[in-house]
Design a protein around this ligand. Structure first.
Ligand code: MN
Length: 361
């Protein structure tokens, strides 16, 4: 595969005000990790009714901050407006279905959800063979999501990270077909545009290598829930595709993904999300970290504080909870607790650590 030195890659994203910061962080990760010669052109789809002028200025500021980066804002107000009846959905998720019509000058594009982190240059992804395909995506482990359409889908893909063949979509007038399908199946679009892509595009959807779009809740470490990499094994077993990802590919991709897709939201401080630190790392590289921290109250519930709170609330419960971990995790947890809580008041913790360590020997 030849990689052009001065290649331009096109990326499409869509957002409303709620997704301003995640989108900014995702774009920042891409720009921080791209090869210095790679030119990036972002096409950001929005509606002026749901994204403020100030938010747009924040997005455009990336074009000033990074070299070889162009930001093009496309106002698609009114598009898919009749879809709002489904509570769970934000309309911008549907915008990706119209890319081939909105960008007639482009033949291919990478689609990124706002809940992604890009950790490597994407030139290698951008040149993947798309002959005969509309879309390539990461295999989603819920292939039964489109079973009700009786289409025998063996390669159900996630719409969050896609390589899209805009030319082929235009040749086959797919935007019209998508629109007709949505009108006919309004109540059956369980996964919104992802359902549309997988059902209408069935014969021309393919898979991306696992490192482009792997889910952040797939873990390469073992813990008490997922000993023996049960978590990734469960994922792989749920796939129906004949072109399955292998276990070793999966492990490698989890350790070193090119695009990490985060269905578990790293900015939600009320839940513990695996690899949330990685998202924070790129949030801190933006010029808006103070705003991000305030917006998601990242200060309030940092994990140290959560631990302190837990300790004070009920020591017995806490010990019970920690004791469920494997020995090495327990040593780690107790050691962290001793450090966090100070030596004086929590003598018992230190003794516990000592006990576990000696138990291990
Ligand atoms: Mn997503």
């Amino acid at each position: 595969m030849m990689l052009m030195v001065n290649a331009t890659i096109s990326i499409a994203m869509a957002l409303d005000e709620n997704f301003l910061y995640p989108t900014l962080v995702s774009m920042t990760s891409l720009l921080e990790n791209k090869h210095r010669h790679t030119r990036c052109c972002f096409y950001l789809l929005y509606s002026s009714e749901t994204l403020s002028k100030a938010a747009r200025a924040v997005l455009l500021s990336l074009g000033e901050k990074y070299s070889k980066c162009e930001i093009i804002l496309i106002d698609v107000s009114g598009l898919y407006n009749d879809i709002t009846d489904n509570m769970r959905v934000s309309v911008p998720t549907y915008y990706r279905l119209s890319l081939s019509a909105l960008l007639p000058e482009l033949d291919r594009i990478i689609w990124l959800d706002g809940d992604t982190l890009v950790l490597h240059d994407l030139r290698d992804m951008f040149v993947i063979d798309m002959e005969g395909y509309y879309y390539r995506g990461f295999l989603d482990d819920r292939p039964d999501a489109v079973d009700e359409f009786d289409i025998n889908n063996d390669h159900y893909i996630c719409a969050g990270v896609l390589l899209i063949n805009l030319k082929e979509l235009r040749q086959d007038n797919m935007v019209e077909k998508f629109t007709a399908f949505i009108a006919e199946n309004k109540d059956r679009l369980q996964w919104q545009d992802q359902t549309v892509i997988n059902v209408v595009g069935l014969d021309k959807t393919g898979i991306l290598p696992i490192r482009y779009g792997i889910f952040n809740y797939l873990q390469e470490r073992e813990n008490r829930y997922y000993s023996g990499f049960k978590n990734i094994r469960n994922y792989l077993e749920a796939l129906r595709s004949t072109e399955k990802y292998t276990f070793s590919e999966a492990k490698r991709a989890m350790k070193n993904p090119s695009i990490l897709h985060c269905p578990s939201k790293p900015w939600d401080c009320n839940v513990h999300v695996y690899r949330e630190g990685l998202w924070l790392k790129y949030a801190k590289k933006t010029a808006y970290y103070t705003e991000i921290e305030r917006h998601y109250q990242l200060n309030k519930f940092q994990w140290e504080n959560r631990f302190r709170f837990l300790c004070k609330a009920n020591m017995a419960l806490l010990f019970d909870y920690l004791d469920r971990y494997t020995t090495s995790m327990r040593v780690f947890n107790y050691t962290m607790l001793v450090r966090l809580l100070g030596d004086q008041r929590y003598e018992r913790l230190k003794t516990t650590v000592k006990n576990i360590v000696s138990e291990r020997r």
